[in-house]
Every structure is written in C-alpha cells, then in structure tokens.
Design a protein around this ligand. Structure first.
Ligand code: PMP
Length: 388
C-alpha cells in the first residue's frame, strides 16, 4: 500500500525543478492520443494472444499479420519507404532490430570483428550497443568520416540524423565490402520533408518516433534480402522468442488510426491527421526555440539552418523540424552539458555522440509544460549572456 501511495505522488511540477531532456521520450504526442479516445483503444482479454506463435506461414513467425498489414499501409499512405517485395521483421523496438542486424550481417569465425561506423555526430546508442558484449563478430570503429581500414564494415546511416537532424547518406564507399543500415526513425512528416520513398536494402523504423508509443517497444525492419531477414528472425527467436503480441496489436491499432486520420476515414475533422497535428506542434516549438536564441550571444550558437524542401506528403515546401536541439556553447565553456545542467536543463553532451563536449543535445519531444520551462530558461541564458 505504501509503495502504491508513493507511486501515486504526482511528478514534480514546481517551476524550479530540473528538466530531464536527455532522452528522446516522445511524451509530446500524448494529448493527441488522449483526444483520439477509442480510436486508439485496444481490448485484450485474459484468453487472448496466449500462444508464442503469430503466423506460421510467414518466415517472421512472430509478426502479427495485422501489424504487418498496418506497417505496409502506413508506408504507402506516407510515401516514405518502399515495402513491395520486401520482408518486414518486427522487433522489441528498433534497438533490438539493430542488434539482430549486427548478428545477421556478420559471420562467425571471420578473421577479425567487422567494423561498425557512423558519421559523427552519431546516435549515442550505436557505440553502446555495439560494444556492450565485447563481441567477436563486430566492433565499434567510430566516425565513418575518418574510417580508412580495409575489410568488411557496416555503416549506420541515421537520416534525419539523431542528434543534429541532418539528412544523410552513406559516406564510406567500399563496394562489396560494405553493408549499410539505414536508421529512418525520424523519416516522418512531423520531422522532415518526405522527399520520396526510401529504397534501401535495410531500413529501420520505430513506433517510438513515428506515433510516439515508445513504451510499446515496437520497431520494424524492411529488408530486401531474404537471408538477412532470416538471420534477423533467428536472432530474435533466440534472444526473446519473438515480440510481445500485446504490443504488436496495440501498434497495429495505433498505426491504423494514423492511416485512417490521414485518409479522412471515419472523420471529417482535419486535426485527426496525426502528422499535421504533430508537425504543427514541432513547428511552434522550433519557432519558440529560435526566438529564445534570436541574438547571437556569448554562450550559444544559433541553430543549424536546414534547407526547405518539398514534402510529397503535405505537398508543401517545408523546413526540417528535428526532434532535438543540437546546441553549441561558445566563449570559454568547454562542457555544454555541464553548463546547462547547472541551469536546470539536463541534456546529453556532445562526447556521447562522437562530437565536441561544447555540444549538447536537448530533446524537444517532451510534454508542453517542460518545453515551456525549457525555452524560458534558454531565453534567460541568452539574455544574461547578452548582458540584457
Ligand atoms: N534509432 C534512433 C536514431 C533513435 O533516436 C532511437 C530512439 N531514441 C532508436 C533508434 C531506438 O528506438 P526504439 O525505441 O524503437 O528502440
């Protein structure tokens, strides 16, 4: 009882609380899904979904057919990835699928571990995951821009990139020695222009950044090569005997609701279009961040400017609206993470992304009240440094 009472204690809402913005927890999307009510509701009874198995006719035996169909529909509706003649593999978040790929793209008994690289600044989880098990199959080899080792390698391309939002392509080009994983977690209309269906051999997506359902832990890979898909499935079979069915059924429902909203099914309310709603919020948030940093000042660089591109989904020319602010401290400040922490804003420092500690990544996907406090504090930092 005591534990329950403690758990029920409301989160710290005081205006001097520390803002935890170091992870990309996508709570920004909660109000949309609350508003959608039953359209996102799933009822699961005690006797439902009990078997390990989902679809024995499919190579990916643990993938719920309704999730598979919802994923294919979503990519058709948004136009951000080719799925025809591709294999869909589900995972416990795209984090598990990344691990499955490390296994699938390497061969036991090789002369030495396969190098895994990504252009700095790279998503901080890549080195963490690659190095965790001190594997004999693969090893982290750092920034792709300076990679010059012979032999097989895996390049991870995150586009739009976490942390800086840049649209990216592979930078190492060594023909048959290479395997490329495209992490397209943020290739959705709320973050960037959809310039065409991505058509890479290996693509990763996740519910976490698409619809905001990070807690469901559902990701998916779209894979051209059957043998790669098979080895990924083998990895997931051995490491977790599949993926939670409850999560898959919920993700399918949520994705279905997103597609219905985009296609105007069952509603004539424009704001039911999830991507328009989310894009609108992101756009307002970026305006506020830019306002707070309007004047160049002693401590902070202005933010990177991204070119406007035509989005085939919205039909409009749009700017990039990255999920993170990638800020650079100037002047004598060597450690931007520490500098911000001292002012009640906890981000993630550049070093974790293979970049200079003068950088700091701040998530903009937080709840409204945290975001408002963040821009207030950011504005105060900028004003103080301008001597205002
Ligand atoms: N890739 C990138 C670039 C991410 O930012 C994240 C989440 N922060 C992931 C993968 C992991 O997503 P998931 O929650 O599906 O494991």
């Amino acid at each position: 009882m005591v534990i329950c009472a403690e758990k029920a204690t409301p989160a710290d809402r005081s205006s001097d609380r520390v803002l935890a913005l170091s992870t990309g927890d996508p709570t920004m999307f909660e109000p949309y899904w609350r508003k959608m009510g039953d359209k996102g509701k799933v009822v699961i009874r005690g006797g439902d979904l009990m078997s390990y198995f989902s679809d024995m006719k499919n190579e990916c035996w643990f993938l719920e057919p309704e999730l598979r169909d919802a994923i294919r529909r979503l990519h058709r509706v948004v136009g951000n990835a080719v799925t025809d003649d591709r294999h869909v593999v589900a995972g416990t978040g795209s984090t598990q699928l990344f691990q499955a790929l490390l296994y699938a793209l390497t061969t036991p008994g090789g002369a030495e571990p396969v190098s895994v690289v990504s252009s700095a600044p790279y998503y901080s989880s890549y080195p963490e995951v690659v190095e965790l098990l001190r594997s004999e199959l693969y090893k982290w080899a750092g920034d792709a821009n300076t990679f010059d080792k012979d032999g097989p390698y895996i390049e991870v391309v995150c586009s739009p990139n976490n942390p800086d939002g840049a649209v990216r392509q592979a930078v190492v080009n060594r023909g048959d020695q290479r395997q490329v994983i495209y992490d397209l977690a943020y290739y959705w209309p709320q973050y960037t222009a959809i310039t065409g269906p991505a058509d890479h051999d290996i693509m990763l997506f996740t519910s976490s950044k698409c619809t905001g359902h990070a807690g469901s832990r559902v990701g998916w890979a779209i894979v051209k090569d059957k043998d790669v898909a098979k080895k990924m499935i083998e990895y997931i079979t051995i490491s977790s005997i599949g993926v939670s069915k409850e999560s898959q059924v919920r993700a399918a429902k949520i994705i279905g609701a997103v597609c219905d909203g985009c296609q105007g099914v069952g509603s004539d309310v424009e704001s039911d279009n999830f991507f328009e709603y989310a894009r609108d919020i992101m756009s307002k948030r970026w305006q506020k961040v830019r306002q707070a940093l309007d004047h160049q000042n002693e401590y902070l660089n202005n933010l990177i400017k991204y070119p406007r591109q035509r989005c085939l989904f919205t039909g409009e020319f749009t700017e990039s609206l990255p999920a993170y602010a990638w800020l650079k401290c100037k002047g004598g400040i060597e450690d931007c993470e520490e500098f911000f922490s001292g002012r009640g804003i906890v981000g993630k420092g550049g070093k974790r992304f293979g970049a200079d500690p003068k950088f700091n990544r701040i998530s903009l996907l937080c709840r409204e009240e945290d975001f408002n406090l963040f821009v207030e504090r950011l504005g105060a930092i900028a004003r103080i440094s301008n001597g205002l």
